[in-house]
Design a protein around this ligand. Structure first.
Ligand code: B12
Ligand code: SF4
Length: 466
């Protein structure tokens, strides 16, 4: 039985700054492969494949089982790929965040799907594939539904050390890149699943709210493979919350130092957990960027998002991270319904004041299944508009149009944020002086061009369409 797991092509072929391994597909594929199945992964997105070539590929490949995932903002590409593949694929399985959160609608949204895997995919997909191979019913298989059979959800995997390391031989590792790390080639690792916090904009439909961590030994063993088998030295830890357990972080860093790996890595932190001594050790172990969800400079906004952080904690975290010699990425959310235009100007000023190395500004997106979505629907604030962000050029984005915000204001505040933050001569000079490789220089230039193009397009939208 030939199983193909697919990351569909991008909607349009244009430069994508972040192209990272499809870890979800990889984890499911590794689980199936280790059970003896013949599995291939096609990352059409990373390959920059167009839709015509994709159609030819799938026609030739004719998988017995096609598995495909997807996030809500780009789910139309998943549906398009399924439609194209339908005549040539035996059974079609969908998984991932969109399918999980929209489980009640998914067969209406995409009638060509045969089965949907809800939540964590490893165990459920294996059980489903066994059933398909044996030609038996899926009734009783937790975590799997079809048009006619709705099984129970599967329990979260209690010990995630039992999950195999992703088998990176299933993907073309040279395709993956992240513009802010100095090496050309990058890979991603998940060392924990779940997050105990309850930010109201966050979709936790896959990994839930219980933080489940891999052991230090398991993480180091995966790093060992990355360095010694795949010769990759740039890593992004994509855990929701890498820094939750200080002892574990210390163990991982000491292990990296002991083994002498020359890694450069990025992780996600949380401003209320920033600790100088730990960050100094992280720096020695190769941590070059910590990303923090700062979201807002206004406590009312932070409280609306149930962030459980304070503005002062953010100030302190950025000061300490800088002291440790680690670059920072700050994520900000603009257009929070309880904040005004002036409040968001304060947030933009704050981004400069805390001297973050990079900043990512987005407008608040109420995704289905989150508390902000329920609030937006209840108050008739929910709308879907074209994406307003240089990073998310490819999709429709839900926004909140409250008393304080209309579409024009949202666009304007995003333009102001990018102009005020990125187009500062002193900032540009500091970035240029910090460059560690020609690869990084090229990336910086490309990202600047990306931002400038987006700003010009958002100022003159008609020219883009014409
Ligand atoms: C890494 C990441 C990214 C990366 C790359 C994602 C990628 N291509 O792999 C980048 C930075 C590009 C990114 C961007 C965005 N992301 Co993102 N991202 C993540 C993050 C932090 C980790 C994803 C991951 O690798 N997880 C590890 C793997 C093992 O888990 P997994 O992918 O969920 O896969 C498991 C199951 O879902 C399932 N599964 C997945 N695929 C399949 C397929 C089949 C066939 C089967 C059977 C099962 C299956 O089995 C897997 C194993 O258990 C998650 C948060 C999270 N905790 O998961 C958010 C998350 C997926 N992102 C999210 C969002 C909203 C975005 C953005 C829209 C953010 C924005 N800018 O507003 C953009 C969209 C970009 C785009 N154009 O697609 C949401 C998705 C919500 C939704 N309903 O779709 C999440 C859940 C964050 C959140 N908590 O809200 N993201
Ligand atoms: S946004 Fe981050 S900290 Fe908040 S609940 Fe989601 S993963 Fe946790």
């Amino acid at each position: 039985m030939k199983i193909l797991l697919l990351n569909p092509p991008a909607r349009k072929q244009e430069y994508q700054s972040i192209v990272v391994p499809p870890l979800g597909l990889l984890s499911v594929a590794t689980h199936l492969k280790s059970a003896g199945y013949d599995v291939t992964i096609k990352d059409a997105f990373a390959e920059g494949m167009n839709w015509i070539d994709f159609a030819a590929y799938i026609k030739e490949k004719k998988p017995d089982v096609l598995g495909i995932g997807g996030m809500s903002p780009v789910i139309d590409t998943t549906f398009k790929a399924i439609k194209i593949a339908r005549p040539y694929a035996g059974q079609i399985i969908m998984g991932g965040p969109h399918a999980s959160v929209y489980r009640h609608l998914i067969f209406d949204q995409c009638p060509d799907v045969d089965y949907v895997v809800i939540g964590e995919g490893e165990e459920s997909t294996l059980a489903l594939v066994h059933a398909i191979a044996a030609g038996v019913t899926i009734a009783g298989i937790d975590g799997v539904i079809s048009k006619t059979i709705k099984n129970n959800d599967r329990e979260l995997i209690p010990d995630i050390n039992t999950i195999h390391h992703p088998d990176r031989s299933l993907i073309s590792n040279r395709l993956y890149r992240y513009p802010l790390l100095k090496d050309r080639q990058v890979t991603t690792v998940i060392t924990s699943r779940g997050c105990p916090y309850g930010c109201t904009f966050c979709d936790k439909s896959i990994f839930g709210s219980t933080w489940r961590a891999r052991s230090v030994e398991s993480v180091l063993a995966e790093i060992d493979e990355i360095v010694n088998i795949y010769n990759i030295e740039s890593v992004i830890f994509y855990d929701d919350l890498f820094t939750l357990n200080k002892e574990r972080v210390i163990g991982i860093c000491e292990g990296i130092l002991r083994k002498g790996y020359k890694l450069s890595w990025k992780c996600e932190g949380r401003v209320n957990l920033a600790d100088l001594e730990t960050m100094k050790l992280m720096k020695r172990a190769g941590c070059s960027i910590i990303a923090y969800g700062v979201e807002s400079a206004n406590q009312t906004g932070l409280d609306y998002l149930n962030k459980k952080t304070t503005v002062e904690q953010a100030v302190k975290a950025f000061e300490l991270t800088r002291k440790a010699g680690i670059r920072t990425m700050a994520y900000f959310i603009l257009g929070i319904p309880v904040e005004t235009f002036e409040d968001e100007l304060k947030t933009i000023h704050f981004a400069k004041a805390i001297k973050t190395t990079y900043a990512q500004f987005s407008v608040l997106s109420p995704y289905y299944g989150t508390k902000v979505y329920d609030d937006a629907i209840q108050r008739c604030w929910y709308r879907e508009v074209d994406a307003h962000n240089p990073m998310d050029k490819d999709f429709k984005r839900p926004v909140i149009l409250s008393d304080n915000w209309d579409e024009e204001k949202l666009q304007k505040i995003l333009r102001i944020a990018h102009r005020k933050f990125y187009l500062r001569p002193a900032y540009i000079l500091t970035l240029l002086l910090s460059i560690e490789s020609t690869h990084q220089l090229k990336n910086y230039l490309r990202e600047f061009l990306n931002i400038l193009t987006w700003m010009a397009r958002s100022l003159y939208p008609n020219r883009r369409r014409g």
